[in-house]
Every structure is written in C-alpha cells, then in structure tokens.
Write a protein that binds this ligand. Structure first.
Ligand code: AMP
Ligand code: GLY
Length: 419
C-alpha cells in the first residue's frame, strides 16, 4: 500500500513510523510534515482538498490517514470518498462531534449518554442569568474549535461572567458566538480511543494526558505536555463500561441520524463517583496520546485502518505489547503563551541511544544544518519499559542529554500512576 498522512506534528510522526512498520506498506508520504518526519518519509506541501485529491489520484494512493481535526471539519474525507480514495477519518458531519460542543451535547441528550448537564446560549444576558441561578464552580465553553483554549473551569461566578464576556467579545472568533455552560464534574480524567468503520466501534487503547503546563498539574491549559499508556485507572471493567455506556450509544445515535462514522472516536472522560462521563469528543487521534499508544502497537496499522476505511474492521491487526509507554513533551520556553522560534537543538542522536527511547518531532525545522525549534510543542521523548517507573526514568535520562537551553518540559509526567 501507498499511504498519505495529513498533518505536521508529533502525532503524525508517530503515525508515519507505525505505518512504515506495517507489513502491508510500501511507501508513506506526509503532507506537510516537519524536519523530523522528513527523516522517515518524504514530506510534501499540499494545500486544500482539491490538491490532496489530485495528488492521491496521480500517485495511486491506497489510503489517506488524516491527523488533525481542521481538514476533517473542512470536508477532506468527504472529498476523498467522493473520488473513491479510501480515507481513515470522519466526514465533515461526523467531525461536528469535535467542532461543535452543542452538537455533541444534543446527541448525548438524545441517546442517553452520560455527560455533564448543560445549556447553550447565543447571548450574554441569558448566559449571565444562568450563572446567577446556578453559581460556581461551573464550566464555560466556546461552542466551536478554539485550539484547546475555549474552556474555562470557573471556581467563582465572576470568572464565569468574564469567560462569557470573552466568548461574546470575540476572543475565540466565530467559535465563541455560541456558549455552552456545563455542570462542574469531579474525578480523574482519561483519554479513551475507539476506532470505527461506519457500523461498529472497537476499543483501541486508553491513555492519560497532562494538559496543564506546570508540574503538579498547575498553570494554563496546553495541547498536552505528556502522556502515558496504558493508564492503571482504565481497568478492563472500566473500558467495557465506557464502550457500553458511551461509545456504543454514540455510534448507534450517529448511524440513526444518518452519519456513519469512520475514524477515531476520542472520548475525553471524567471518571466520577457516579461512573465515567463524557467531557468532550474529538474526531481524531490525540496528540500526544497517539505517540504512546502507537509505541505499544504491534499489529499492521495500515491494514487495520484500511479495513475501517472500507467499512469492515479486521481486528486481527489490532494488538499491543504489554509494555508501558510514556511521552514527555519538550516545548519552547513561554509556551502556551509567546515563545521564540528558530532556537538550536543539539544532542538528539545521543538522547535517542538511551534504551527504550525514541524521539518524535512535533515542531522542528532544519536551518544551516542544525535542528531548530519551529513551534510551541517541539519534541516528544517517548520511552517504553515493563514498568511506568522504568519508562519514566529512561525518558528523563534521554532529556538530560538534549542540549536545548530555550526548551523546557514537565518533570512529573505520570505522577498519578506512580503515586
Ligand atoms: P476540553 O477542551 O473540553 O477537553 O476541556 C479542557 C479541560 O477542562 C478538560 O480536560 C477538563 O479538565 C476541564 N473540563 C471540561 N469540562 C469540564 C466539566 N464539565 N467539569 C470539570 N472539568 C471540565
Ligand atoms: N491531547 C489532547 C488532544 O489531542 O486534544
């Protein structure tokens, strides 16, 4: 098979590597990729759905794997399917699960999927009244895609009012024109991944992410500063209960509503004392969850994803090692706020020599023969071992060998699993 991967971050680097390991694959190309991905696969620039469809026809691509949500929301999977090109990723309608929180909440209501109680508003007066009525803690969300920044967990009514103002004042553009207000849920969070073939959903794997920028889960939210998989809180029983109460009713509901969903259903879960509840859906693989899940994956990923794209999952390709994998994200100092680009990174070859360690690139470029930072989240240090403590020690050993004074990472990834 000839595969095209869409995207340019650490998730896509992990996908490229795992697809290359697949016995059924002859070549993998990535659009747009980055300097690190280009060491593993040719990287090309393609912009817009039409250019991607043309490229696939011209090069007889057998499967397109879409990493990020935006191309899905823009209908890339619809356009590929219309041209008879197999694609792993949902239609624009299916991607509404991520692109509109209101869409997902309505689906949850209609099909009895456990989630926080909510109300949706398109004007601030009614939203303020709801806050006066319900008080805090309470959660305010811009309805649309806001690059992970549209959610405020308000511990005081004043913070809720400010967050509502931000949304309606345009801080998130169109994404904030509608506001979803939710009941505050308490518990531990987990990232849960099912893969779907349009008819059925199958458990892929679970992981735990660290969304806050600082040690001890403090400071502002980010795209994710580190992950580990599997996570001890997602026991066999818990996985089965999430599949039965959340994933399967979602899949059935989507089908009943005329949306056969192909691709990843990524459920952000809150494990509350009343059982697992849905925080939100994403319509794609997680970043950096994919990096640890695929590190443990040992099936033929290309054959697995193609079987989903063709409407009938072949689970013989789905298997994982019993090892634990951890990912520590190295980011540019200042992230998630302002940061510098172009700072030099050295020592990557030496770091990658540490046993069990591999390095994926999330945002790098090459300049005058040097690897330089080219984004907020820049490197993913992945380590596997038979225990989480050992995997973590390996990851931080490798990080000690990386010479990048303008970078930083959290020092406590996987603390919950070790406590
Ligand atoms: P999201 O972007 O929807 O994943 O939300 C970002 C983070 O906000 C989540 O990872 C949770 O930590 C928190 N969050 C979102 N919704 C709720 C809720 N209803 N109750 C408590 N925390 C929440
Ligand atoms: N790590 C969370 C996400 O991919 O949205």
């Amino acid at each position: 098979m000839k595969i095209l991967v869409i995207g340019s971050g650490g998730r896509e680097h992990a996908l490229v590597k795992a697809l290359k390991r697949s016995a059924s694959v002859t070549s993998v190309t990535c659009a747009t990729g980055n300097a690190g991905i280009s060491k593993d696969a040719p990287c090309i620039a393609l912009s817009g759905n039409a250019a991607i469809v043309d490229y696939c026809k011209k090069h007889a691509i057998d499967l397109v794997v879409v990493g990020p949500e935006q191309p899905l929301v823009d209908g890339l999977a619809d356009d590929l399917r219309a041209a008879n090109i197999p694609v792993f990723g949902p239609s624009a309608k299916g991607a509404q699960l991520e692109a509109s929180k209101d869409f997902t909440k309505k689906l949850c209501d209609k099909y009895n999927i456990p989630t926080a109680r909510y109300a949706t508003f398109d004007n601030r007066t009614a939203a303020f009244e709801y806050i006066y009525e319900h008080g805090a803690p309470i959660v305010i969300k811009a309805d649309g895609l806001a690059a992970g920044k549209g959610v405020t967990v308000a511990m005081k009514p004043k913070e809720a009012v400010d967050a509502i103002d931000d949304c309606f004042d345009g801080a998130f553009g169109e994404a904030g024109a509608r506001v979803v207000i939710e009941e505050f849920m308490e518990g531990e969070e987990a990232s849960f991944f099912a893969i779907c073939d349009g008819k059925t959903a199958t458990l892929f794997a679970s992981a735990q992410d660290h969304k806050r920028v600082g040690d001890g889960d403090t400071g502002p939210n980010t795209g994710g500063m580190g992950t580990y998989s599997p996570t001890p809180i997602m026991t066999k029983e818990m996985n089965a209960s999430v599949m039965k109460e959340i994933i399967e009713p979602t899949m059935k509901g989507l089908i009943a509503d005329g949306i056969p969903y192909v691709g990843v259903l990524f459920a952000g879960l809150m494990l509350t004392k009343d059982g697992p509840k849905l925080i939100e859906y994403n319509s794609r693989f997680g970043d950096p969850e994919t990096q640890v899940m695929l590190n443990r994956f040992k099936g033929d990923l290309a054959a697995l994803l193609l079987s989903c794209a063709k409407g009938s999952i072949d689970t013989k390709h789905l298997s994982f090692t019993s090892d634990v994998a951890i990912c520590v994200v190295m980011a540019a100092k200042g992230y998630p706020a302002e940061y510098e680009k172009g700072t030099i990174i050295r020592g990557l070859e030496e770091a990658a020599q540490v046993e069990g360690v591999s390095i994926l690139h999330a945002g790098t470029a090459e300049k005058d023969g040097e690897m330089v930072a080219n984004g907020g989240r820049v490197l993913n240090i992945i380590a596997s071992a038979s225990t989480i403590a050992e995997a973590r020690a390996r990851a931080y050993d490798a990080i000690a060998k990386i010479d990048w004074p303008k970078g930083f990472c959290r020092k406590d990834i996987a603390w919950r699993a070790l406590k």
